[in-house]
Design a protein around this ligand. Structure first.
Ligand code: TXA
Ligand code: MG
Length: 352
């Protein structure tokens, strides 16, 4: 299949943008697949109410079909068409954070095919804020299933070029709307349990949700893999976000972290490995390895979140086989950063 790659300005204001997005919407309505930017990461969209489109999404990503998709809407009121119940608490959360980087799990309405929900009786719903995503959902029929547009297991795409790497030749169209703003996938909150429970941390933090809901739980598997429980979001059980090289997170005082990483990298180099280090600007000068990547300043949490997936992909491009990373405080947005980093590392953490 030839993949059409089209450019659209971030706010859909350039001439021809509207017409290009209508063309993209037409593909969705006919059952085809279109990748597009959202404020979190690029999504791989298909018509959520068309079971064949959902099946195509799984095939294009190489994703197991028990891993459900998020349905994206463009109007708050549309949620009532795809959920069976809309609890008062969910209305509150929607009013507080939509449109935006938040996904709610609710009981599904009959018209949502099981192909889209991975066989579950619940459905994940998100109302994104990105202007391109919103227009595309509108033109695509109003209900767009979209997982992150990476090949299954790879870091999520934050730029169109990442989508091209993974999806060229596998889908009808890629809408290039530039770099995304947040860089980590939406927060997922399960509204079918009491109290509501976070299944995947993201830009909307537990603290922010508590302000609206009072009590908010979190899935015990979010930050550790030794609880003996399975994650409630099926997608979180797979090795994920992973670069091809092995990744080790090193935690401790900055100087000790640098000493440890340099010693391990030197050993690896002798053994014929190609070594890489993921560090913050403050510590970068201390490192020695084949490839050293700056994720941003330790003071700028949002930049670290935005750069994480791109930097993991760059290690692949440079054929790095052994990667060492600094660790980050797991509070606020840092919790989402560490959740993704831990999964990318298969929970391999060394404390020095
Ligand atoms: O920011 C995002 O959420 C991006 C953009 C494109 O919107 N999408 C995204 O989708 O990250 P995906 O498919 O890569 O991740 C969806 C996660 C998976 O871990 C999946 O298992 C979980 O949501 N999920 C979906 N439906 C669910 C359900 N009914 N119950 C529990 N978890 C669900
Ligand atoms: Mg994903």
């Amino acid at each position: 299949m030839k993949t059409d790659i089209i450019k659209v300005s971030e706010n859909c204001v350039s001439s021809g943008d509207e017409e290009r997005l209508m063309r993209a919407g037409e593909i969705l309505r006919k059952g085809g697949l279109v990748a597009f930017p959202t404020e979190t990461v690029y999504g791989l969209g298909g018509d959520a109410l068309n079971p064949e489109a959902s099946v195509k999404i799984y095939t294009a990503k190489g994703r197991p079909s028990d891993n459900p998709l998020i349905i994206h809407i463009n109007k708050f009121a549309d949620i009532y068409q795809i959920v069976k119940e809309m609890p008062e608490a969910a209305v509150k959360v929607g009013k507080a954070f939509w449109p935006g980087p938040l996904t709610m799990i609710l009981p599904k309405a009959e018209k949502v095919p099981y192909e889209t929900t991975g066989g579950l009786n619940t459905v994940a719903v998100r109302f994104p804020s990105h202007p391109i995503a919103r227009k595309l959902i509108e033109y695509g029929g109003g209900f767009v299933a979209a997982p992150s547009a990476n090949a299954s297991g790879k870091p999520s795409p934050t730029r169109a070029k990442h989508v091209v790497e993974d999806m060229d030749g596998r889908i009808e169209m890629i809408v290039d709307g530039g770099e995304v703003g947040i860089g980590l996938e939406s927060t997922i909150i399960d509204m079918t349990v009491e109290p509501p429970r976070i299944l995947r941390p993201g830009y909307i933090t537990q603290e922010m949700l508590k302000q609206v809901l009072g009590e908010v739980g979190e899935d015990v598997t979010m930050m550790r893999n030794d609880s003996g429980e399975a994650p409630r979001a099926p997608g979180m059980k797979y090795r994920h976000y992973a670069p091809s090289g092995s990744l080790v997170i090193v935690e401790g005082e900055p100087q000790q972290v640098a000493d440890y990483i340099n010693a391990r990298a030197a050993q690896d180099s002798k053994a014929g490995e190609r070594t890489g280090i993921l560090g913050t600007r403050e510590q970068l000068e201390q490192y020695h390895a084949d490839v050293i990547k700056c994720i941003g300043s330790r003071e700028e949490e949002e930049a670290v979140a935005r750069n994480l997936f791109a930097v993991l992909r760059e290690f692949d491009e440079e054929k790095v086989t052994k990667i060492y990373s600094e660790s980050f405080p797991a509070q606020g947005l840092g919790q989402a950063v560490m959740n993704r980093l831990l999964k990318a590392a298969g929970y391999c953490v060394v404390k020095v």
